[in-house]
Design a binder for this molecule. Structure first.
Ligand code: SAH
Length: 353
């Protein structure tokens, strides 16, 4: 865990601040609410692990980061071993990066590490694992002089989404406040032209989500990768959209909560629309692959032989390793998916053929 000062240096009264902003200027879009809530949430704690709010694949088992590292090293090797920069978006505690670095080093790849991370608390945790890394607030300051190999696990689901809600017509969904109670309401009606044709006559109550923030990041990286060379792999809870459905959810202490209660105290996430992200990458001249399920990704990268090798090296851990493998492959295996992006000049990534 990260040592945090007793009094958070950041905003201590996010609900009050949001309520005041809404009282002054009117209800705010869901995306603005989610961005403010998550910025506060991640800036003020280390949310990961059994004692935190949620657990991620790299925190379940070292095998996840190792296999992602192998994916990177294999692609780099077949691309002719160029000088690359290795990038992780939203690295959490730095666990994936440390595990991937170990696997990449064995394969002869020891690139400089760049982290894109907004949370000071998590930057501190990452610095303990990889002190030599370079940190960035956003993707636009990443190196421009070499291919980038970019990894992101459960980053895109934390980015703000816009929600549209159907009444008689489609409306932007906004967040209103009464005292410190927040509630979603329908804003001004939207012209039909902004709604994908199949959804224009959706039943009242339907919700349509988009993530302009995720699309912006993917487009920026895809443009760089197409021009500089390199690849990206993003793993997340997601779907092949666009599709109707309200996927905004709040998690605290490994249990679901109301996303419109206590902003900044829960982890807010939304499922990722991989189809839209793949299309965004293609418009920038990159090649998009997948999505494939986490189960197929890890299966193709050799999780079974890795589990056996680790169990052989420490027989006392065999049962725990088998349980970790089951969590990654069975519990999370089909809910989580991986999308890959490559430069047109780079080879086909493993597990995506
Ligand atoms: N990848 C890690 C952590 C996932 S939690 C793991 O799998 O364990 C989400 C991570 O994204 C955190 O590190 C959080 O601080 C970071 N994050 C959230 N919003 C971000 C943003 N807009 N830009 C960069 N990082 C962000």
């Amino acid at each position: 865990m990260v040592d945090m000062p007793d009094t958070p240096v950041t905003d201590t009264a996010l609900p009050e601040r949001l309520a005041r902003a809404i009282a002054l200027a009117g209800p705010i879009p869901v995306a603005q609410y989610m961005a403010a809530a998550n910025a506060h949430y991640y800036a003020t704690r280390d949310p990961l692990g059994a004692g935190g709010d949620f657990t991620t694949a790299p925190e379940i088992s070292q095998m996840f980061g190792e296999l992602v590292g192998l994916w990177c090293a294999d692609l780099w090797d077949r691309a002719g071993c160029p000088e690359v920069a290795w990038v992780e978006l939203g690295p959490g505690r730095g666990t994936l990066a440390a595990d991937a670095a170990r696997a990449m080093t064995k394969a002869g790849l020891t690139p400089p590490v760049h982290f894109v991370e907004t949370s000071p608390a998590l930057r501190a945790a990452q610095a303990e694992r990889l002190p030599a890394a370079t940190w960035h607030d956003a993707v636009d300051t990443l190196p421009t002089d070499r291919p980038l190999i970019v990894v992101a696990n459960e980053l895109f689901d934390a980015l703000p989404i816009r929600q549209l809600v159907k009444r008689e017509q489609w409306h932007e969904r906004l967040v209103a406040a009464q005292d410190l109670l927040f509630l979603p309401i329908a804003g001004k009606p939207l012209p039909d032209a902004v709604i994908p044709e199949p959804f224009r006559d959706a039943p009242a109550g339907s919700i349509l989500e988009t993530s302009p923030a995720a699309v912006t990041i993917i487009r920026g990286l895809a443009k760089r990768i197409a021009a500089q060379g390199g690849a990206l792999i993003a793993v997340d809870y997601g779907y092949e959209g666009p599709a109707l459905g309200d996927t905004l959810q709040a998690v605290r202490g490994h249990a679901f909560a109301n996303p419109f209660e206590a902003p900044g105290e829960h982890d807010l996430t939304a499922h990722v629309d991989f189809t839209t992200l793949a299309a965004a990458a293609q418009t920038e001249g990159a090649v998009a692959w997948g999505p494939v399920t986490q189960r197929d990704l890890l299966g193709a990268l050799g999780i079974d032989s890795r589990t056996s090798a680790l169990a052989k090296a420490s027989p006392a851990r065999a049962e725990a390793l088998a349980a970790d493998r089951r969590r990654l492959m069975d519990d999370m295996g089909t809910l989580f998916k991986a999308l890959a992006i490559t430069a047109p000049t780079w080879p086909t990534p493993a597990a995506f053929a």
